[in-house]
Design a protein around this ligand. Sequence first.
Ligand SMILES: *Cc1c(COP(=O)(O)O)cnc(C)c1O
Length: 359
Amino acid sequence: MVKDVPTTIEIDIQKIVSSRLASVDFNHIPFGTVYSDHMFVADYYDGQWQDLRIVPFQNMSVSPASSVLHYGQSVFEGMKAFRNSKTGKINLFRPDQNQKRINESAKRICIPEVPEEIFLEGLKQLIAIDREWVPKSEASALYIRPFIFAHEDFLGVRPAKCYRFMIFTCPVGAYYSEPVKVKIEKHFTRAATGGTGYAKAAGNYAGSLYPAKKAQEEGYHQLIWTDHKNHELIEESGTMNVMFVINNTLRTAPVSDTILDGITRKSVLQVAREWGINVEEKAVSVSELIQAIENGTLKEAFGVGTAATISHIISIGNDGNNYELPPIEKRELSHKLSKELSGLMRGHIPDTRNWIVSL
Ligand SMILES: *Cc1c(COP(=O)(O)O)cnc(C)c1O
């Protein structure tokens, strides 16, 4: 449960003169192209986070020598706010988890941690100011992007001395609603032991673009990443954690320094365990997966993450062979999980786990 933050945090608020809300067609919003009126900003200098403010969304000035542009000292989060269609309230899903994780990511690349109160209070006040931007339709949500980056003009390779923390938001429609075709990646690597794979660090995503683009040219939507040593253990799918139902067991790789510790992942595992489902956090190997597809014991395969909550996988490519998976409508567990999580997020199901922060 998120603690009630004391209102000792002072945020300077400068509101937009005229809202852009009326110009937005909420029925046709391409992902990540429409930004809400305001953004939250905090700067780190002289060894502390300060100058907290909410200002109109706007461009900012950055020196060409700014180290983030050269060495990528930058981390981010992805979260969503949902409108409860009955009460009109705005629900955030486990924002304390995003707050903790951005600091885990930050530590790994020498970015100073953002105090819990600054993250949560900045977030809540920003959402409150732009609450009309949270879409009213059931399939839509407000996507929230908190991020921290080096904000110092200095070309040496060392941790910067100044940083900026920002949060902005964009209304989004349903994301990846189509079942996806994935390819098991046997050459490129997303994350290695001792690396930054567990962090939401900008550079990880830059490195994944080329292999993903190659897979898209071959007709796949995204990749299934395998371990960097032997390319045999399944790790993640695109920017989601990946789960399988084999026989009656829900299987996913355990968290490690090559796996992003997804909030959807941990929520799905907890709910499944509460339901009495057999859950195993043990990586599925590629040969085990292919065998399970061939002998019919693979029942379901899906990605889990904030963007789509649950994204069904319909076919898997491995070494040039394509395997069709069981029809989506036959998949009981992933449908039930998807219903439970979206019901919670939208306030249709009582929040017995204290996961929801309502504004
Ligand atoms: C963000 C992310 C996930 C999913 O995490 P959620 O907290 O569930 O959104 C999984 N894998 C990678 C690589 C990610 O970047």
